[in-house]
Design a protein around this ligand. Structure first.
Ligand code: ADP
Length: 457
């Protein structure tokens, strides 16, 4: 191991991703620090770190993980040399990255100015376009007023989608199908964006009727070395949020992915990107359309880790410590197939969150099975945070084998005391159309619709 890798890393996050970050740190011989809200006092991630500190005593449960001055102060007092932001919370907050830089603490992610540019969906699209990445038809500037919105919508053709430039997590988007609905929709999206993201900037894109969601994982170091780790298919979504992800994507010619991947890598070099990142695309009729970049580790990174053998979180840490990528594009070999089911504490069909005490927790195992979770029997899932309580990932030599292993794992998985969406996953994994591969982003909602109208539950 290089001398440059950090001594002490703080995970400015909670739950499964904090546990994941600590695992990577231990692999690299790094001392770990957790921070936790008072609501997370009895959490597993807290006990998995070498040191753990309460933050946000007088803050809301979410606010505790968002208080930049307090986190920076904690890091300085405890001699932390780098902060891993995980996903969500402050992970795509350029002010946080800057505050770390100013405090002399390494932010495990891109430089704050690059994060600022790529974290804003509209400026990311402009940059992607300049770098030769194929971008979805849409406006390149924020919408000024209703008149402009109408002109643009007519030029792209209805339906269109309105998006908040600062949006994320499937929120801040609205599909508009008619001229009559446009003006109200623009005003509503703008207002929602102002309230939810503190930024009322809204733009418009052509709405694709039947695409798949395909994304490219990249890693880029400080020395202009960048690679892509293949693609993921995250089309199984509900309300624009991912439910199942897999890699590689079924039925897309390798050459098309290679071409797209090289464009993404080239874009990373041009913008001075550093760390792990994901270029997200919609794929329809054989064409890719860039929609946004995520400048952080993603929930679904384990499927890529399975098919490439690369530890993405460890690479993020090494890159942030100033190490060179130890492999080149030609060293990356895609092997087998991996699939991930997001396990949420919610009703499997109404999706109403279901926090509460987990009374029994039995995990599946066997070849090719991985579980990333922060849950244990006796743990109380708090109502304040994301309802994801774990990720179940299955790997196989082929897609069929990965699916078969996932089916068994889902039958072995037992969680009592709270409702989870495992039943929904079992239903999807037994779906013949999904098993064939290549379903679109609307498939899950259509399936749910036919499921509820058939009266089965
Ligand atoms: P977020 O940052 O909130 O995740 P994205 O821009 O990544 O938002 O979009 C999330 C999902 O919304 C996509 O995976 C896709 O299912 C849907 N979506 C986004 N843009 C479009 C579009 N132009 N046409 C059709 N669906 C879209």
């Amino acid at each position: 191991m290089s001398e440059k890798v950090f001594n002490k890393v703080l995970a400015a996050n909670r739950g499964e991703i904090a546990v994941r970050i600590f695992r990577a740190c231990y692999d690299l011989g790094i001392h770990t620090v957790a921070m936790y809200s008072k609501e997370d006092e009895l959490s597993l991630f807290r006990t998995r770190a070498d040191e753990a500190y309460l933050v946000g005593e007088n803050k809301s449960p979410l606010g505790a993980y968002l208080d930049i001055p307090e986190i920076i102060d904690l890091a300085k007092r405890r001699g932390v040399d780098a902060i891993h932001p995980g996903y969500g919370f402050l992970s795509e907050n350029a002010d946080f990255a800057r505050a770390c830089e100013e405090a002399g603490i390494t932010f495990i992610g891109p430089p704050s100015d690059v994060l600022g540019k790529m974290g804003d969906k509209l400026s990311a699209k402009q940059i992607a376009m300049e770098c030769g990445v194929p971008v979805i038809p849409g406006c390149s500037e924020p919408l000024r007023d209703g008149q402009e919105a109408l002109e643009k919508a007519i030029s792209f053709g209805f339906p269109v989608i309105l998006k908040a430039a600062a949006g994320g997590g499937g929120r801040g988007m609205r599909v508009v199908r008619t001229e009559a609905a446009l003006l109200t929709s623009v005003n509503m999206t703008r207002e929602e964006a102002r309230v939810a993201f503190g930024n009322p900037t809204v733009y418009m894109e052509k709405f694709l009727e039947n695409p798949r969601h395909i994304e490219i994982q990249v890693l880029s170091d400080n020395f202009q070395n960048a690679v892509y780790l293949g693609e993921r298919d995250c089309s199984m979504q509900r309300r624009n949020q991912k439910v199942i992800e897999e890699a590689p994507a079924f039925g897309i010619p390798r050459r098309a992915i290679e071409k797209l991947g090289s464009r993404c890598v080239e874009a990373c070099r041009r913008i001075g990107y550093r760390g792990a990142g994901t270029f997200e695309f919609l794929y329809e009729n054989g064409e890719f359309y860039f929609i946004e970049m995520n400048t952080r580790v993603q929930v679904e990174h384990p499927v890529t880790e399975f098919i490439t053998g690369v530890d993405i979180v460890a690479e993020q840490i090494r890159i942030a410590a100033g190490e060179r990528l130890s492999f080149k594009q030609r060293d990356i070999e895609i092997r087998g197939h991996a699939i991930e089911c997001r396990i949420n504490a919610e009703d499997p069909f109404t999706f109403v969150p279901c926090p509460g005490k987990v009374t029994a927790w039995h995990l599946p195992g066997g070849p090719g099975i991985r579980i990333d979770s922060h849950v244990f029997a006796g743990y109380t899932v708090p109502p304040y945070y994301d309802s994801m309580i774990g990720k179940l990932i299955a790997y196989g030599d082929t897609r069929e084998q990965a699916l078969a292993r996932m089916r068994v794992a889902l039958t072995e998985f037992a969680c009592e005391g709270i409702k989870t969406n495992v039943k929904l996953h079992r239903l999807l994994l037994s779906d013949e159309r999904f098993a064939r591969g290549g379903t679109s982003i609307h498939y899950l909602e259509e399936k749910l619709h036919s499921h509820s109208s058939s009266g089965v539950n």
